[in-house]
Design a binder for this molecule. Sequence first.
Ligand code: ZN
Length: 314
Amino acid sequence: MNTLSNTLPQQVSIREVGLRDGLQSISAIMPTERKLAWLRGAYDAGQREIEVGSFVPARLLPQLADTAELVAFAKTLPGLVTSVLMPNLKGAERAIESGADLMLLPISASHAHSLANLRKTPDEVVEEIGRIRAARDASGSAMLLEVGMSTAFGCTLQGRVEPAEVLRLLQAVLDAGADRVGLADTVGYADPAMVRELFEAAFKVAGDRLACGHFHDTRGMGIANVYAALQTGVTRFDACLAGIGGCPHAPGASGNVASEDLAYMFASMGIATGIDFDKLMALRTKVAGWLEGETLHGTLWRSGLPKTMLAATA
Ligand SMILES: [Zn+2]
C-alpha cells in the first residue's frame, strides 16, 4: 500500500530561473530581444512565475544588465509573478523601483561561501535583510521578500554545512523580516535523504513561509531531490529550461534541474503545473538554438512524451 501518494500535493509551481541562474553562468550575452521572446514563450507555455534577472552591478554580470527592461515587459503579462534576484540593499532599492512582484536575496549557510561570494558573514547578511525589509516597508511596495538559503546541503569551499546552522540562520532570516524562505542545493551535494530530513526540520522552523526548493543536477540527484522535497510538502520549485546553469566550481557539470523534466514528472504523477509541453519543448528548441556551443541538459527532449501521456493529454 502506498500511503505517501495520498499526501502528495495536487498542484505545484515551477519558477523558471533560466533567465537568471541559467544565463548568469553563461559568459555569452543573450540579446535583450531574445530574452523577451523567451519570457513571452515561457508565459505562453503556462509558466506563471519567472525570475527575469538580477540587480547586481552590470560590470559584475553584464549578462543580466537589462533586468529592468525585462521586468517592465514581464509586468505587461497578466497573472505573471515577476521575480528578481538582488545581493544587497542597493540591489533591493533597484528591485523595488522596477515594480517586480518578488525580490529574492541569497544567503549562504556556508560561512566560507558567504565571505567569498558576498564578502559578508551570514549574520551580516541577516542584518542586511532587516534593512531591506525596512526599505520595502517604507516604500509602500507590496513586493514579497524571499530569502534563498544557498549551500544548505554542503559547499565546495567549506565542505560540510551543519543542518543546525542552516536552521539557526533560517530562524534569523525570518526574524529579520523575510516573507518567505527556500533551501538551495547550490553545488549539487544533496541526496534525497538529506533533503527530506532538512526540509522536514525547516518546516518546523518556518511553517508555510518555507516556500521553495532549488536543486542543481550536478551529480544527477536533481529530480530525486525534488521528489524528496515534494514528499515533505514543498509545492514550489526553481528550474531552468534545458537545465542550464552549471556550477562555477565543477566545470562541465549540469545546472539546475530542467524545467521540462520537472513538468513531465509532475504531469506523469497527476500533479498539476499548468504547463503546456508542446509549447515548452518548442521554446526549448528555440533557446537551444540561441545557446549554440553551450552544453545543455535535461532528458525529456531526447525522446519526447511517452505514448500513454500523449493519449492522455490529447
Ligand atoms: Zn542555482
